[in-house]
Unconditional design. Structure first.
Length: 149
């Protein structure tokens, strides 16, 4: 795991394919139940940094996919993923959809303002992901929560 985190933190002039593979491999770790919540938070925190700062779209998308995987096994706080909001204005449609899903997966009502403006986005897929994320955070009964994956 340390090696994967080190690859993610290499300077941006390094091979982006290695960063992409490392981000995806961390998603494999997050998908399983081998990690405790503290370890998952550490990895997700690093992946959030990659999703916000990496100049390569494929690397950012792999990081966001991996963050999404973490929510399948862990309840993670909004504060951990909230830095993604600063990058949303420049995100491509696919990255926005992942980010909206992540905010919804926190099931934290404080994510509402981060999602709300995307209900009126030009792209219908982004609007739909925003709608699903709002439904997820506003559901009062866990059985009412929408699985948008």
């Amino acid at each position: 795991m340390k090696e994967l985190l080190t690859v993610l933190e290499t300077p941006t002039d390094r091979n982006p394919d290695k960063r992409d593979v490392a981000a995806a491999a961390l998603g494999d770790l997050l998908r399983g139940t081998a990690l405790d919540t503290e370890s998952a938070c550490l990895i997700v925190g690093r992946l959030v940094g990659v999703a916000v700062n990496d100049p390569v779209t494929n690397v950012r998308e792999s990081a966001l996919n991996s963050i999404s995987e973490a929510f399948n096994c862990h309840n993670l706080p909004l504060g951990l993923v909230e830095p993604l909001a600063q990058a949303m204005p420049t995100m491509e449609r696919e990255l926005l959809a992942h980010t909206l899903y992540i905010f919804g997966a926190t099931r934290d009502l404080r994510a509402y303002p981060l999602i709300d403006s995307f209900l009126h986005h030009l792209d219908p897929d982004v609007r739909e992901e925003a709608r699903l994320a709002i439904a997820e955070i506003t559901a009062t009964d866990p059985e009412d929560r929408i699985n948008s994956t």
